[in-house]
Design a protein around this ligand. Structure first.
Ligand SMILES: NC(=O)c1ccc[n+]([C@@H]2O[C@H](COP(=O)([O-])OP(=O)(O)OC[C@H]3O[C@@H](n4cnc5c(N)ncnc54)[C@H](OP(=O)(O)O)[C@@H]3O)[C@@H](O)[C@H]2O)c1
Length: 459
């Protein structure tokens, strides 16, 4: 497909997301000619910058080498007060002056959730995006709401002004190479087709571990916590992709229809729920001394579909843990031949590695070379980055490119968000009603020992 003539208008252009992710992604897409040379980026902000001083600011803020010069022909800084309707009309005039009827117009709200409704309303009211014009779209960052009620309110507002086809809700995990690869591994390999079910899969583990603490995200994180920040979006998306039925086709709507069915059939075992907070969290700057926000969460869930009924899904995410690792581990049942062997055999495991390194590995039983009768677990390991030519694309490169092409497979549909908030609200309610204790942890092992005691599963 030919690159499209696009104008990307970014609200929140002085923020971390724009500087660290969006502008570098746009620069890379331009460099690779995946975005047309005519592409324009309108960096909207409230500060007094010229385009030149804005780009100098970006360069200074970025700690890694980045060629802002390549962006000079494309970027314009536009000062706007997000609450002032007149400023949106000026923006509209400016966009009209640099576009034609074919121009693809993307309005990207790279701002905190508190600004989302106001900016979306003003974009709608000023007719920067009109329902009939599918060439104009609007993009929202996660988090989309803070619970089911707030997400519903935001969505109702959006539907008042925009068609669902114009709304792009981002969960950047979906842009990651290995998340996209889950479907390929599952559906493009005959060897997995007949074993992807509860006859053969013993359990699934989905981990997103971080060594970092909350760093500078105190304000947002303390109102959110691990359940809302990670489970509602990234972990449930990964679970849906692993557990979904075979889609009718691989188009965006058919894929989402199957992911939604997983969320409808999702339940969790309340007795397995562990929540924790790393020791020292309450002493972090801008965190209340009595904050009860969880920085760790673990639970066992089930997907009550014929394919996965009875298979435990262990979900775990947390901060200040022993390693940075996002991974899906699919463990298969013991072989029915085990009883004829004098030796214990290992269960086969499929690892889908998302971060820090992208890759897949599959463990097998293999004879130990030599005269002794022994079996060892061997690892067929594929490192994606090691084999890719050039650097692997960043999630935001893929997501921005897809926006320009109107491709919505990697964006979340409203019903996915609705059902995932419904699930999270239930867990949150249980924490309060059932008085689930918040465990203060000095190190990960205390939590992992507890999980072992409660579920018999080692992490
Ligand atoms: N950073 C990431 O890597 C990342 C990853 C995934 C999702 N997100 C999501 O992306 C969104 C933005 O995150 P961020 O990290 O970029 O936040 P940030 O660094 O705090 O930036 C927020 C942006 O909003 C602007 N802003 C704040 N209050 C404003 C106001 N009253 N009027 C006009 N502009 C205002 C800021 O302008 P000033 O500079 O003038 O204050 C800044 O440009 C959040 O929803 C976040 O959850 C971020």
């Amino acid at each position: 497909m030919n690159p499209t003539n696009t104008i990307i208008t970014i609200f929140g252009s002085t923020g971390d997301l724009t500087i660290r992710k969006l502008l570098p992604a746009i620069e890379k897409l331009l460099q690779e000619k995946l975005l047309d040379d005519r592409t324009k980026v309108i960096a909207v902000g409230r500060r007094d910058y010229t385009t030149e001083s804005y780009l100098s600011f970006v360069e200074k803020e970025l700690k890694v080498p980045f060629n802002t010069k390549a962006l000079i022909p494309h970027v314009t800084y536009f000062k706007l007060d997000v609450d002032n309707q007149k400023d949106y009309l000026s923006l509209k005039q400016y966009i009209a002056s640099i576009s034609n009827s074919d121009t693809r117009k993307i309005f990207y709200l790279a701002v905190g959730p508190e600004l989302l409704k106001g900016i979306a309303t003003n974009i709608g009211e000023s007719k920067l995006v009109e329902k009939e014009d599918l060439n104009a779209t609007i993009t929202f960052e996660k988090p989309f709401g803070s619970d089911l009620a707030s997400a519903k309110a935001i969505n109702a507002l959006l539907w008042q002004y925009f068609d669902e086809k114009q709304i792009y809700r981002i969960d950047h995990y979906l842009g990651k190479e290995m998340i996209q690869n889950i479907l390929t591994v599952r559906f493009a390999n005959k060897i997995f087709e007949s074993v992807w079910n509860n006859n053969t899969i013993k359990h699934v583990k989905i981990y997103a571990k971080e060594t970092d603490t909350i760093l500078s995200r105190a304000g947002y994180y303390d109102t959110s916590g691990a359940l809302k920040d990670m489970v509602q979006s990234h972990l449930l998306q990964m679970l849906s992709l692993v557990a979904m039925e075979v889609p009718r086709s691989y188009n965006s709507e058919d894929l989402k229809n199957e992911k939604v069915e997983v969320l409808r059939k999702l339940r969790y075992d309340r007795k397995s729920l562990v929540i924790g907070q790393y020791d020292g969290y309450q002493n972090e700057p801008n965190i209340a001394k009595d904050s009860k926000t969880e920085t760790f969460v673990f639970f066992k869930a089930f997907v009550d579909t014929p394919r996965f009924k009875g298979v435990p899904f262990y979900l775990l995410t947390g901060k200040a843990l022993e390693q940075k690792e996002s991974v899906i581990i699919i463990e298969f049942e013991e072989t029915s031949e085990q009883h004829k062997w004098d030796l214990p055999l290992f269960t086969n495991k499929l690892y889908i590695k998302i971060a820090p390194q992208d890759g897949i590995s599959l463990t097998l039983n293999s004879k130990v070379p030599g005269l002794r009768n022994a079996v060892e677990e061997v690892d067929l390991d594929y490192c994606v980055a090691c084999n890719a030519v050039g650097n692997l694309p960043e999630a935001y490169e893929k997501l921005i490119l897809d926006m320009t092409k109107h491709s919505k497979s990697l964006f979340t549909r409203w019903d996915e968000i609705e059902l995932s908030w419904q699930f999270i609200d239930q867990v949150k309610q249980d924490i309060v009603n059932k008085q689930i204790p918040l465990r203060i942890y000095k190190n990960h092992q205390e939590l992992y020992d507890l999980i072992y005691e409660m579920t018999g599963e080692s992490i």
